[in-house]
Design a protein around this ligand. Structure first.
Ligand SMILES: *[C@@H]1O[C@H](CO)[C@@H](O)[C@H](O)[C@H]1NC(C)=O
Ligand SMILES: *[C@@H]1O[C@H](CO)[C@@H](O)[C@H](O)[C@H]1NC(C)=O
Ligand SMILES: *[C@@H]1O[C@H](CO)[C@@H](O)[C@H](O)[C@H]1NC(C)=O
Ligand SMILES: *[C@@H]1O[C@H](CO)[C@@H](O)[C@H](O)[C@H]1NC(C)=O
Ligand SMILES: *[C@@H]1O[C@H](CO)[C@@H](O)[C@H](O)[C@H]1NC(C)=O
Ligand SMILES: *[C@@H]1O[C@H](CO)[C@@H](O)[C@H](O)[C@H]1NC(C)=O
Length: 400
């Protein structure tokens, strides 16, 4: 028996034998039903959920668990706030959690917010239903940069060492899951669904966060499958099935002042089906300050009927929202597009448009095989301001 194991064993015996066996109790369940939750799908249970969380958070043990049992629970906006006393907070969702449809109930921009928590597991076969259909027609952010956003479903901010696994989120009013200012988060085996024509229902948005992994998940929504904002480092995405939706996107970057760089992103072994884009890096045409995006890898990807499989767009300016035609100040470098196969629905399978001021550098295209879905015609690649190299199989022929 090694020393570490021995001392752990020893302290377990000592503490459980002492008069107050509070420290090493393994788990304790805080069932929302014991806090007066009513699973009739109509009563607002925000208070019961909030109280269950607060007791769990104050419990000084290893794994306090908030249990949402089977049943249909309507809940208004909620904040699950730390820091908590336990080693790892657990939220187990077995039931069907419905968001409040009345938008006046939302004082912040989110429905369920997890904040300031170190050690968190959100799990279960349950489901979060954002009831977005009521709200989507009221989305006024599609053609304006300044607008009142609809609430996002699950917001993880200032959270570290967390696992989010197994859960399903449907019909979010806006983005399904946000990861903001958080570190060491592992999302896997999750399912995010909203209709193809629902506005801004991105699957996961990551920003200002480090060491995040997203794997083995299914995301089919009306907007980006995953979008990656400024200040994201060491994000690995693998085994994700996207579509329909707008694909995986780094950006838009360069829209704000003094944005953090985007560094060390990998997208591997993913499938895109019937999406508007496959993988894309986009930066606003005019940027107030300089920033960079580098060390990015996109490999082992399959494109099934994708409009624009590979895109860099540094002249991003939807609905002519930019004030000027000044070139982007986001420097893009060391980007690898490797082993990407499938079918493109537009002729322009590869479209790399970089900044006039700061050309893209060290861009690699290799082992690409993208066929145009129009019989008898061929896909093409086009490049503007791109430096780099290409090798291996190249269909369409490289433009670098
Ligand atoms: C997420 O929570 C943070 C606070 O912790 C807040 O600043 C941010 O606006 C929230 N995001 C959304 C979309 O509600
Ligand atoms: C949690 O994450 C932080 C970094 O965000 C790390 O320094 C710390 O060691 C982690 N704690 C545990 C208990 O894993
Ligand atoms: C990164 O996050 C994973 C969990 O997703 C964790 O196991 C690992 O220790 C973290 N790495 C660092 C350097 O914190
Ligand atoms: C980067 O992420 C990977 C996968 O999530 C993890 O194994 C590794 O420890 C992370 N590295 C750092 C420096 O956080
Ligand atoms: C690729 O992703 C699929 C899920 O889409 C998974 O089943 C498979 O194990 C992954 N393969 C590798 C090599 O990671
Ligand atoms: C990428 O494709 C090449 C050529 O088909 C192959 O040799 C290589 O093993 C593939 N890379 C990966 C990571 O599968």
């Amino acid at each position: 028996m090694n020393l570490l194991y021995f001392s752990f064993f020893f302290s377990l015996v000592v503490i459980s034998g002492s008069a107050a066996p509070y420290r090493l109790s393994i788990s304790k369940i805080f069932n929302v039903n014991d806090y007066g939750a009513v699973s009739d799908g109509r009563t607002d249970n925000a208070k019961a959920f909030q109280n269950a969380w607060e007791d769990a958070c104050a419990w000084d043990g290893l794994r306090p668990k908030v249990l949402i049992p089977k049943g249909k629970f309507l809940v208004g906006p909620l904040v699950f706030k730390g820091p908590c006393k336990g080693r790892e907070m657990v939220v187990q969702v077995k039931g069907y959690v419905l968001s409040q449809a009345d938008l006046n109930a939302y004082k912040t921009h989110d429905w369920i917010s997890f904040r300031y928590i170190n050690g968190l597991l959100v799990t279960g076969k349950g489901l979060f239903d954002g009831q977005g259909a009521h709200a989507w027609p009221l989305n006024n952010c599609l053609h304006r940069r300044r607008c009142k956003p609809l609430p996002w479903s699950l917001n993880f901010s200032f959270v570290s060492n967390a696992t989010i696994r197994g859960i399903t989120s449907i019909n979010s009013k806006n983005v399904h899951i946000q990861i903001f200012a958080s570190n060491n988060i592992n999302l896997h085996s999750i399912k995010l669904m909203a209709p193809e024509n629902s506005p801004n229902t991105d699957g996961i948005h990551v920003g200002e966060s480090k060491n995040i992994s997203i794997s083995q998940s299914i995301i089919s929504t009306g907007d980006d499958c995953i979008s990656i904002g400024p200040g994201t480092a060491n994000l690995s995405i693998s085994g994700v099935r996207c579509g329909p939706g707008h694909g995986i996107s780094i950006g838009s970057l360069g829209g704000g002042k003094d944005e953090g760089d985007v560094v060390g992103i990998s997208v591997r072994n993913c499938t895109f089906s019937d999406t508007e884009n496959g993988v894309r890096i986009k930066t606003w045409q005019e940027s107030p300050t300089f920033s960079s995006a580098y060390d990015l890898v996109f490999e082992e990807l399959v494109m099934n009927n994708v409009d624009n499989p590979i895109v860099i767009d540094q002249k991003y300016c939807p609905h002519n929202l930019c004030g000027s035609k000044a070139p982007s100040l986001v420097k893009i470098s060391n980007v690898k597009f490797r082993n990407i196969t499938g079918e493109t629905r537009t002729k322009n399978a590869i479209n790399l448009v970089c900044s006039d001021r700061l050309p893209c550098e060290d861009i690699e295209l290799s082992n690409i095989d993208l066929k145009y879905s129009v019989a008898g015609d061929f896909a093409v690649a086009s490049c503007v301001n791109v430096k780099g190299r290409s090798f291996g199989l190249m269909i369409p022929p490289s433009c670098i």
